[in-house]
Design a protein around this ligand. Structure first.
Ligand code: VG1
Ligand code: CO
Length: 541
């Protein structure tokens, strides 16, 4: 029986950088999830369509899945493919959408945000190409939430999502699938599993920290079961509703246990961590941290060593705040390079058009045209493939890379939970000062140009304004300021810092030390302390 439930608009259901994210109690409040899901179906249409559904397993994931299934059935969907237990990593969901040629998918995740009854929850819609909905679509969904008057709900019992196989929900088919199988098969087509297996058999050791989030089962199946890494290679590998209290954001601050291990005497050859929904990765060598911007550049320069990329790359795309290290590789390879706003949705058109093969963001996201999301385990496997072929350490590979291309020293400083009004005032002042900045001297550097990044999509011509304030210096150094679009508490200021060293000397400095003048300039130019009351960042990556 299908019921139509009267509702009223709820303020603030505006998707950010990656879907709608709110505190879990907000998502669990009356009509909240239902309004947003109905807005999705109103915009994309559900009648006769097929979707993929899954999430990162955080608190409320299982209940939300049942609600979304009943609403999909009530809106006339023909079929939903669900990961067993309502679990799917974001890249696995993207793959299932593409593999089954569905009309899109709904992913339940707040990604790198903590999970639990008092933490964060999120929902996002991915398109038939497997990628996050572009701005025009999320904007239409938001508009719909402001005028919604009713939603449709099937009255039915829960679907047994623990049982793999075909289920019926009203007139709709629900296919519960193993979340890992198809994804693991895709990885086998891209990488030289034989070479990686031989490397593990030869004594190579790694630690894969899934941070009690969704990547655990994928990592165990691929690394331990298929590639023969010793049992125990994967730690924190059981997804938990509260991520075991961990903050599943794979960076040096939140994946500190992994960092400590990799810098200890007992360090294995290679370390990696992944985030809540499995699309991010951090990579660490024995005694050396790989910044995500450098990781993107190294992967681009060496991707041809993996079978899936043996024919070479069409182009490399990076988000604007990501360092220019990947650009140098693209130039050397004579392939296209692209600079997009922050958020994976901006890579979709470039990937679909075959203009970019590998994409990356400074926020620990790397991926390729195999899916339309960033993919944490994919990046780990590409690193392993490269290590297996080159038979060098991570440190050796990085040092050779810097010697060849020079080094883009890079860091991001985050100032979290700032009062929104103060953050807005800081940006208003900063934007107001942009025309006065060129020529100004600060910390021994001279400002060359300053602007607010705007992006015109080269494929569909759509324009995205105000994507971050950037200040470029004559010596090639750069500062970028942005406000986060994924947080759920106040404002998070992100300050991105970059400085280029051509070498051959000065390639082996500590990044924070190398960037010290740029960091001081960033504080001075924006008046961070005056506006926000903060003198030091909460997170440094
Ligand atoms: C952050 C990152 C961005 C990433 C986004 C989603 O966005 O900066 O690069 O694409 O998170 O990642 P923001 O607006 O907070 O800076 V995930 O792994 O949370 O889906
Ligand atoms: Co994520």
């Amino acid at each position: 029986m299908i019921t139509t439930v009267a509702t009223t608009p709820i303020a603030g259901q505006k998707p950010g950088t990656s879907g709608l994210r709110k505190k879990t109690p907000v998502f669990m409040s009356r009509h909240y999830l239902e309004n947003f899901v109905q807005a999705i179906f109103d915009v994309v249409g559900a009648k006769g369509k097929a979707f993929v559904l899954g999430g990162d397993g955080r608190y409320f994931n299982d209940r939300a899945a049942q609600v979304i299934l009943r609403m999909a059935a009530a809106n006339g969907a023909a079929r939903v493919i669900v990961g067993q237990g309502a679990i799917l990593s974001t890249p696995a969901a993207s793959h299932l959408i593409r593999l089954n040629q569905t009309d899109g998918g709904i992913i339940m995740s707040a990604s790198h945000n903590p999970g639990g009854p008092d933490e964060d929850f999120g929902v996002k819609f991915n398109m038939p190409n497997g990628g996050p909905a572009p701005e025009a679509v999320t904007e239409a969904m938001f508009q719909r939430t402001t005028e919604i008057t009713e939603y449709r709900m099937l009255e039915a019992q829960d679907v047994d999502l623990g049982r793999i196989g075909r289920h019926q929900l009203g007139d709709m088919v629900v296919d519960v699938v193993d979340p890992v199988t198809d994804y693991a098969a895709l990885m086998e087509t891209l990488f030289d599993f034989g070479a990686i297996r031989a490397m593990f058999a030869g004594g190579f050791r790694m630690r894969m920290d899934s941070m009690c989030a969704v990547t655990g089962p994928y990592a165990v199946e691929v690394l331990e079961n298929r590639l023969g890494a010793p049992k125990g290679t994967c730690v924190n590998a059981t997804p938990l509703p509260d991520f075991g209290g961990m903050h599943p954001d794979p960076n040096p601050t939140w994946a500190k246990a992994l960092m400590d291990e990799m810098f200890s005497d007992a360090a294995p050859d290679f370390g990696a961590a992944s985030d809540g929904d499995g699309d991010r990765n951090m990579v660490v060598g024995r005694g050396i941290y790989v910044s995500p911007s450098d990781s993107l550049a190294v992967l681009a320069a060496n991707a041809h060593l993996a079978p899936g990329y043996a024919k070479g790359l069409r182009g490399v795309a990076r988000s604007m705040p990501t360092s220019a290290a990947a650009d140098r590789v693209a130039d050397a390879l004579g392939i296209g390079k692209y600079e997009t706003p922050t958020g994976w949705k901006f890579f979709g058109n470039l990937l679909d058009a075959g203009q970019a093969t590998i994409c990356g963001e400074e926020s620990f996201g790397t991926g390729s045209d195999h899916v339309r999301e960033k993919d944490g385990l994919w990046a780990v496997l590409l690193w392993l493939n490269i290590l297996a072929v080159r038979k060098q350490s991570v440190a050796e590979i990085l040092r050779e890379h810097w010697a060849k291309f020079g080094r883009n020293y890079y860091s991001r400083h985050d100032f979290e939970a700032i009062e929104t009004a103060r953050a807005d005032a800081m940006f208003a002042a900063l934007r107001g000062s942009l025309s006065d900045l060129p020529g100004r001297q600060v910390e021994g550097m001279v400002v060359q140009s300053a602007d607010d990044f705007a992006y015109t999509d080269p494929v569909d011509g759509s324009v995205s304004q105000k994507q971050g304030v950037r200040v470029l210096f004559q010596d090639g150094s750069r500062i970028v300021y942005r406000l986060s679009g994924t947080g759920t508490e106040g404002a998070t200021l992100r300050v991105y810092l970059e400085r280029y060293a051509a070498g051959p000397s000065g390639l082996d400095l500590d990044a924070q030390a190398a960037l010290a003048p740029v960091i001081r300039a960033a504080h001075a130019l924006a008046g961070i302390a005056d506006h926000t009351g903060r003198t030091a960042p909460d997170v440094v990556t």
